[in-house]
Ligand binder design. Structure first.
Ligand SMILES: C[S@@+](CC[C@H](N)C(=O)[O-])C[C@H]1O[C@@H](n2cnc3c(N)ncnc32)[C@H](O)[C@@H]1O
Length: 229
């Protein structure tokens, strides 16, 4: 059977694409402060479902209103801002390898959330071995593994960048940390296969409307939560 965890490459897997993308989004925002840019997977309500998941699971594992959180490939930082709006007040770190994304998220922070001192947006390639972040209660990914997979890049040791991704999560988590990821490129089964290990166990999945095709049932998007043992 074809290994569908190996996707075709695309310009969405290049840093140049994201720099150009966020440069445009930032200039749109400067012209119209209501326009905070693309909210990835908006059609499926993914962001709201991720925030609701966090609210519904307060008190479980490391999830509480003061949880420290990191959003990988944060883009405009919208997911973190939304969690903040829903009362999450712990340290919120957004990281992205596109400097333009970081500038954009910082500008939204400065203009709309100037009284909040718990946010930090910084530029880093999450695969850079010199990137030494602390551990977090909650690690978030909305669409970033999807973009990463489209790069088709390989690590120095020859493994694919997708195979290396769980090592990034390993580095960022401690016992009872929660990793919540939303993808449109991978099915639930594929995501589980990529992420799950002895130390990172599948905990929950978020339900989305399903479709049936050719006798198979599926959905166009999936969100899974894993817990660090
Ligand atoms: C599909 S966008 C999703 C953005 C945001 N999470 C959202 O939901 O709107 C993918 C993001 O991943 C970032 N990204 C891709 N590869 C990365 C890497 N190796 N390190 C850090 N960020 C990366 C891109 O710059 C882009 O902002």
């Amino acid at each position: 059977m074809e290994d569908t965890t190996k996707l075709n490459t695309s310009k969405l897997g290049t840093q140049q694409y994201w720099d150009d993308f966020y440069a445009v989004e930032k200039s749109n925002f400067e012209e119209n402060p209501q326009d905070t840019g693309e909210c990835w997977f908006d059609d499926s309500n993914a962001e709201e479902k991720m925030v609701d998941f966090m609210l519904d699971h307060l008190g479980q594992f490391c999830i509480d209103k003061n949880s420290s959180m990191i959003d990988l490939g944060t883009g405009n930082g919208h997911l973190l801002f939304q969690l903040h709006e829903e009362g999450f007040g712990g340290k919120m770190v957004g990281v992205d390898y596109s400097f333009k994304s970081v500038e954009f998220a910082q500008e939204i922070l400065k203009t709309q959330y100037q009284d909040s001192d718990n946010f930090e947006f910084s530029a880093a390639d999450i695969f850079d071995p010199n990137w030494q972040p602390p551990k977090f209660d909650v690690v978030l990914d909305k669409g970033t593994l999807d973009a990463i997979a489209l790069s088709g890049l390989k690590m120095a040791n020859g493994e694919s960048i997708v195979q290396a991704y769980p090592e990034v999560i390993e580095k960022l988590t401690k016992k009872d940390s929660v990793f919540l990821i939303t993808s449109c490129n991978f099915t639930e089964a594929e995501l589980k296969q990529i992420i799950e290990s002895e130390s990172l166990q599948l905990w929950q999945s978020i339900k989305y409307p399903a479709f049936r095709f050719g006798g198979q049932e599926g959905s166009t998007i999936c969100s899974l939560a894993f817990v660090k043992k």
